[in-house]
Design a protein around this ligand. Structure first.
Ligand SMILES: C[S@@+](CC[C@H](N)C(=O)[O-])C[C@H]1O[C@@H](n2cnc3c(N)ncnc32)[C@H](O)[C@@H]1O
Length: 244
């Protein structure tokens, strides 16, 4: 099993789940893997983009998986209380208007149902810019998106040997893409706390790339007013519960 599927099956009451919804399923690899493995459950997967990879993978989708191209901020197509479990992996940091997503997720869960998600990387961590952040040739220095202005970062990328086209593509991606919340850990947690959910568990994940020199640069020129504590954390594993 891939690590995303393993994470989902770690959900404490996973064995009892009958209907589950994956938010932001991407290539649908996890939804397909879980549906193939757990025939006693019905999975639904939504994403507001059905990528070429998703369409290719979905040719082999099993019958206990329903796929929908849909926005996570509006789950009106599902009846209230329909799911036992909603889960997402590396999606929450992409959803702007998180309040809407949480309110809708709460509505489609049955009383006692859970939203189980892993969120990373937060905008407020070393790699929160998301631009080729898992690639060795990433041209963005850790934390630079938090302490350099857009123009300064674009210039920095050019000064370090990339073409102006590459630099422009990078800053356009970081600052203009609509599917990135650009929220740090504290703001995200504040929105979750204001939602109707009860936080059953919130496990902060430390940023293994945390660097005091980079953090000091952010604090010296803190463009987004990131709280100092946020710089320590890369992500969070979270269990939200709908009241019984
Ligand atoms: C980083 S990818 C993660 C994909 C998959 N969960 C995985 O772990 O491989 C984020 C996914 O969330 C989707 N997404 C972002 N905002 C969304 C929204 N408002 N509604 C539905 N899907 C969204 C994107 O299209 C993308 O497929």
């Amino acid at each position: 099993m891939g690590w995303q599927s393993k994470y989902v099956t770690e959900f404490p009451q996973f064995a009892r789940v009958k209907r589950a919804l994956e938010i932001g399923a991407g290539g649908f690899t996890t939804a397909i893997e879980l549906s193939n493995r757990f025939h006693d459950k019905h999975f639904h997967g939504i994403d507001f983009v059905l990528s070429d990879l998703a369409l290719k993978n979905l040719k082999a989708a099993p019958s206990n998986l329903t796929v929908l191209k849909h926005d996570a901020r509006d789950l009106e197509l599902f009846a209230e209380g329909y799911f036992d479990l909603v889960y997402s992996v590396a999606v929450m940091e992409h959803i702007c208007e998180l309040e809407l997503h949480l309110a809708e997720t709460y509505r489609v869960l049955r009383p006692g149902g859970s939203y189980w998600f892993w969120q990373a990387p937060f905008w407020s961590c070393s790699l929160g810019h998301h631009y080729r952040h898992s690639k060795v040739d990433c041209p963005i220095p850790d934390y630079a998106h938090l302490h350099m202005t857009r123009d300064r970062l674009e210039m920095h990328i050019i000064e370090n040997g990339s073409t102006p086209e590459v630099a422009k593509r990078a800053v356009d991606f970081i600052y203009d893409r609509p599917d990135l919340s650009r929220m740090g850990r504290t703001d995200t947690r504040g929105i979750v706390e204001s939602s109707p959910f009860e936080i059953a568990e919130w496990r902060d994940e430390v940023d293994s790339r945390y660097d005091p020199v980079g953090a000091a640069r952010v604090l010296a020129n803190n463009i987004y007013n990131v709280p100092e504590e946020d710089l320590l954390y890369k992500g969070a594993k979270v269990h939200l519960k709908k009241k019984d």
